[in-house]
Design a protein around this ligand. Structure first.
Ligand code: ADP
Length: 290
């Protein structure tokens, strides 16, 4: 069997068109340029690389990116104040705080002080809670991009057995919720999971966001399964995922490549969320989000 490679590029192309059209609506109705602000505290290389990728995505759809920077030794007060100012700024429609923050700044500061209507990665208790309640919300862009990929390639979710590996607040856990809202039967695995291969071998779909290169090997997936890989790891100077593509490809029906799979879609979903946030802000409610 030759596995289908679920590339992100065609979804990115489609999302660009969609986002350009909805950005025009926001521009007209808000009378302002749609703007995504990214806040970088310090100079973590992964955060800087992510910001550059976001910058390219905003340019690709013709909306504005406002980079905001704080020094690595910024205090909690300064961070909170900056987040609150961005929340009040009518010229900013979405705010993303780049992770990881320096060690002395807990991520909870961001979760608690970011305006829910500008929370384009769905990290505030309001948006996370709404997602888990099945209410309209701004959804974390990485797992939403994974769902967009599955939908684009026509992979059925209803009634399917899905194993999600990794339970972070930005990928694994919200992905598990999104899949269960789509009527999949979800098993959420993590480091303490006792027998991961037993679970993955029983799954129709394996989604992995663990930050562990090669974690999902071919022998762990059932013949004909679908593998969705959110991993971004640097090994010997190369970007690799959490699945071992060489051994997965001969067994799987389909898999997302790394690079070129879930990653590029994430950034466009973030931009889409920025426009959705801007339109929701005009209405003053998250209730009518798509
Ligand atoms: P991300 O932000 O990409 O989701 P995190 O580092 O925040 O990454 O979370 C990694 C998640 O993956 C954690 O929930 C952890 O339990 C899980 N994980 C990491 N390594 C393994 C592994 N070898 N087996 C199972 N789960 C793992």
């Amino acid at each position: 069997m030759t596995a289908q490679i679920l590339r992100g590029a065609p979804i990115v192309a489609r999302l660009r068109e969609e986002v350009r059209a909805s950005a025009a609506l926001l521009r007209r109705d808000a009378g302002r340029e749609p703007t995504l602000a990214t806040l970088l505290v310090g100079r973590h290389p992964a955060a800087e690389a992510y910001r550059r990728a976001i910058e390219r995505s905003t340019v690709s759809v013709g909306i504005a990116h406002r980079p905001v920077a704080l020094p690595a030794d910024a205090s909690a007060e300064v961070l909170v104040d900056t987040i609150e100012q961005l929340g009040l700024d009518p010229g900013v429609h979405g705010v993303l705080v780049l992770m990881p923050l320096p060690d002395h700044l807990p991520a909870s500061l961001v979760q608690e002080h970011l305006a829910p209507l500008k929370d384009v990665d769905g990290i505030t208790p309001t948006n996370a809670g709404r997602l888990h309640l099945g209410l309209p919300s701004l959804r974390p862009s990485t797992p939403q991009g994974g769902i967009d990929i599955l939908d684009f390639y026509g992979i059925e979710l209803r009634g399917r057995d899905v194993v999600v590996i990794g339970r972070s607040n930005v990928v694994g856990r919200p992905l598990a919720t999104m899949l269960s809202l789509r009527d999949a039967t979800v098993t959420l695995c993590h480091r303490q999971t006792r027998d991961l291969p037993r679970l993955t071998r029983a799954a129709d779909i394996v989604a992995v966001a663990a930050g562990d290169p090669g974690l999902v090997a071919g022998e762990m997936v059932r013949a004909g399964a679908v593998v969705i890989d959110f991993g971004v790891n640097v090994v010997d100077g190369k970007i690799v995922g959490d699945a071992d593509a060489a051994s997965v490809a001969p067994r799987a029906a389909a898999y997302t490549p790394v690079p070129g799979g879930t990653g590029p879609v994430t950034n466009l979903v973030l931009v889409r969320n920025t426009i959705a946030a801007g339109l929701a802000a005009l209405e003053g409610t998250l209730d009518r989000l798509p």
